[in-house]
Design a protein around this ligand. Structure first.
Ligand code: BDR
Ligand code: CA
Length: 307
């Protein structure tokens, strides 16, 4: 099995990524690091704890991370997309869970060294902090997967910027510079990884999927936002789930190999780019630029619709 340490901000597509990772027997979630982003850090932590509890996996450590980005005090959250809980679903108010100190990240990496895969589906602040605090340990990570960016395609927060790289571009640049064996899943690929009503209806009736009961209301909340903002979109993009999916299924996307950067200056904040001029050199980073939708769907159904 592939061991995953997930940095995230659940958030609906982060929640789907957590569900997918917990359900797929070939993946093992060995820790969840929760941060501000779609929702507050505390809400993200409670949401993650609830998903673990539903799966009976309370033994997986939850490690709270950053509450805000490095550049500013004010943080914008996105209740209109992700709700105040997991979409319209609130974790029970009496939910009990334990959280672990930040140093647990180091202990997890040391325990699974050269094997552990770090996936970041949230703002980059917390992962950048881990690079600052544990530089040697971070070298023992097998590979990194980061959801973020929009390379020469429109952003989703501004015309130029995608939400994760917009949230804290300084930290994103830090991560892009220091993460080795790095795969980036930008909007170029993730915006097409859509979940449709038809599949959600099928999951809702599936008795083996422990999250079946919440799938329809969560999806409807999320899809409502996309229907209003992206006319004609056939479903709701589950950016973060695609990112985790690539750990096991690298051929679901096509890649280009260039090291990426993010603009930090306010006018173009969060804009990501790679230097593709004919004179420029390719890099070590795999950037997903194209999605094979049928393959994505087949894999999604295989895991989320168990027979
Ligand atoms: C990314 O931003 C977040 O709001 C989503 O959860 C996803 O990680 C998409 O731009
Ligand atoms: Ca996310």
């Amino acid at each position: 099995t592939k061991k995953i340490l997930l940095f995230c901000d659940p958030g609906i597509d982060d929640s789907l990524a957590i569900m997918y990772t917990l359900i797929d027997p070939e993946l093992e979630l060995v820790g969840i690091v929760t941060s501000y982003g779609n929702v507050t850090k505390n809400q993200a932590t409670a949401n993650a704890a609830y998903l673990l509890q539903l799966a009976g996996k309370n033994n997986i450590p939850i490690i709270p991370g950053a509450a805000k980005p490095v550049q500013q005090e004010e943080v914008t959250f996105y209740p209109e997309i992700h709700g105040e809980g997991i979409g319209p679903i609130q974790p029970p108010s009496n939910l009990q869970y334990q959280t672990y100190p930040f140093d647990t990240i180091r202990l997890i990496i040391e325990r699974y060294k050269n094997e552990i895969i770090v996936v970041d589906t949230g703002r980059s602040t917390t992962l950048a902090t881990a690079f600052i605090l544990f530089p040697d340990d971070m070298k023992m990570v097998h590979s990194y997967y980061v959801m973020g960016g929009a390379f020469f395609v429109p952003g989703n927060v501004t015309a130029l910027a995608e939400a994760n790289f917009f949230g804290d571009p300084t930290s994103s640049n830090f991560v892009l510079k220091f993460a080795h064996n790095l795969t980036i899943t930008p909007l170029n690929a993730t915006q097409f990884a859509v979940l449709t009503q038809e599949i959600v209806d099928a999951i809702s009736e599936n008795e083996k999927n422990i999250y079946a009961f919440m799938m329809a209301p969560v999806f409807e909340y999320y899809y409502e936002f996309y229907k209003e903002t992206v006319p004609g979109i056939p479903g709701a993009p589950i950016h973060d789930l695609l990112t985790v999916m690539l750990v096991k299924n690298p051929t679901i996307v096509d890649y280009t190999y260039y090291d990426a950067k993010v603009v930090e200056e306010i006018e173009a904040k969060g804009m990501s780019y790679i230097d593709i001029r004919p004179t420029s050199k390719t890099g070590q980073t795999r950037v997903a630029i194209n999605l094979h939708y049928e393959e994505f769907l087949r894999e999604f159904i295989k895991v989320m619709l168990p027979e």
